[in-house]
Design a protein around this ligand. Structure first.
Ligand SMILES: NC(=O)C1=CN([C@@H]2O[C@H](COP(=O)(O)OP(=O)(O)OC[C@H]3O[C@@H](n4cnc5c(N)ncnc54)[C@H](OP(=O)(O)O)[C@@H]3O)[C@@H](O)[C@H]2O)C=CC1
Ligand SMILES: O=C(O)[C@@H]1CCC=N1
Length: 274
C-alpha cells in the first residue's frame, strides 16, 4: 500500500456533521487547518452545508468525500459505522488514514471492512474540545504507526489534552472522559440548585458553582496534590465541610459516581458488540 504524504496538510473528510463532527471541524479550523483541506458529509445535506459554510469547508456525499481524502474522520453513531465503511471501502485512497470517534466500535471492525493494511486510529474525545479544554485518548490499529498517531495529534492540537492509549483502555476512557462532561454538568447543576434551595438568587448560585468546580479542577492540575489532600485542607475540624462530606457519603455519592462510570463502560462494550 502506498504511503500518503502526511507531512503537508492532508485533505480531511469528516463523515457525520453532528455534535462531535462539528466540534472537530471547529477544532481543526482553530488549529489552523485550511478550510479548503476540509470536506464535511452528513446524511442531512443541509446540516453538512451549514457546518461547511461556518468554517469555510466544502461538502460532498460520504463516498465522494472519502474518495478524495487523505484522512477520513468518522463521526457518525456507532450503529451507522458498518454501513459507512462498506460504502467508502471501494473508493478509499491507497494509504489513507481512517480515524473514528465512534464509542465502543473496535478497531477490528474497521480493519475487517477496509482494504488490507489501512491505517486506523480510534479517538475518544469529549465536548469541551470545542473550547480547547477537551480530553481525548487515541489508540492505533495494526497498520497505524507513529506518523499516523502524530498526524491525529496534529489534528487534535486545538482540542486540549491528548493521550495515547492501548485500545483495551478505550471503554474506560469513554466512560470517564468521553461521557465525563455530562457528570460534571450534572454536579454543577446540582450544586447550583442546592444554592437556590438555600435562598441564593439563581444566577449567583450558578456563577458560584461554576467557579468552584473550575477552581477545584485547576487546583488539582496546578498543585499536583492528591484531591484527598486538597479536600482535607478545606475541612476544618468540626466545621462545615466535614459535615457536608459526611452527608455526601451517607447518600453514597462517591459510590454513585463509580457506578455511573462503570455503567457507561458497560454500555460502551455493548455498543462495540453491535
Ligand atoms: N457527543 C459526544 O460527546 C461524543 C460523541 N462521540 C461519538 O461521536 C459519534 C457521533 O456522535 P454525536 O456527534 O454525538 O452524534 P450526532 O447525532 O450529533 O451526529 C451524528 C451525525 O451523523 C449523521 N449521520 C447519520 N447517518 C449518517 C450517514 N450514513 N452518513 C453521514 N452522516 C450520517 C447524523 O444525522 P441524523 O441526525 O440525521 O441521523 C448526525 O448529523 C458517535 O459515534 C459517538 O459515540 C465520541 C465522544 C464524545
Ligand atoms: O454518549 C455517548 O455514547 C457518546 C460517547 C461518549 C460521549 N458521548
Amino acid at each position: 500500500m502506498a504511503t500518503q504524504d502526511l507531512g503537508a496538510t492532508p485533505a480531511v473528510a469528516v463523515l457525520g456533521g453532528g455534535v462531535m463532527g462539528g466540534t472537530l471541524v471547529a477544532a481543526l479550523r482553530t488549529g489552523g487547518w485550511p478550510g479548503d483541506r476540509l470536506t464535511v458529509a452528513d446524511q442531512d445535506a443541509g446540516r453538512a452545508a451549514a457546518l461547511a459554510d461556518e468554517h469555510g469547508a466544502r461538502t460532498a456525499g460520504n463516498r465522494d468525500a472519502a474518495a478524495s481524502a487523505d484522512v477520513v474522520l468518522l463521526a457518525v453513531k456507532p450503529d451507522v459505522v458498518p454501513a459507512v465503511l462498506a460504502d467508502m471501502a471501494p473508493v478509499l485512497r491507497d494509504g489513507a488514514l481512517v480515524v473514528s470517534v465512534a464509542a465502543g466500535v473496535p478497531l477490528r471492525v474497521y480493519e475487517d471492512a477496509l482494504p488490507a493494511g489501512t491505517p486506523v486510529v480510534r479517538v475518544m474525545p469529549n465536548t469541551p474540545a470545542l473550547i480547547g479544554k477537551g480530553a481525548s485518548a487515541i489508540a492505533p490499529g495494526r497498520a497505524a504507526g507513529d506518523e499516523h498517531l502524530a498526524l491525529v495529534e496534529r489534528m487534535l492540537a486545538a482540542t486540549g489534552l491528548v493521550e495515547r492509549v492501548a485500545e483495551k483502555h478505550l471503554d474506560a476512557v469513554t466512560a470517564l472522559s468521553g461521557s465525563g462532561p455530562a457528570y460534571a454538568f450534572y454536579v454543577i447543576d446540582a450544586l447550583a440548585e442546592a444554592g437556590v434551595l438555600l435562598g441564593l438568587p439563581r444566577d449567583l448560585a450558578s456563577r458560584l458553582a461554576v467557579a468552584t468546580v473550575e477552581g477545584a479542577a485547576a487546583m488539582v492540575a496546578q498543585t499536583g496534590d492528591h484531591p484527598v489532600v486538597l479536600r482535607e485542607r478545606v475541612s476544618s475540624p468540626g466545621g462545615t465541610t466535614v459535615a457536608g462530606v459526611a452527608a455526601l457519603d451517607a447518600h453514597a455519592v462517591r459510590a454513585g459516581l463509580v457506578a455511573g462510570v462503570r455503567a457507561a463502560a458497560e454500555r460502551s462494550r455493548e455498543l462495540g458488540a453491535g
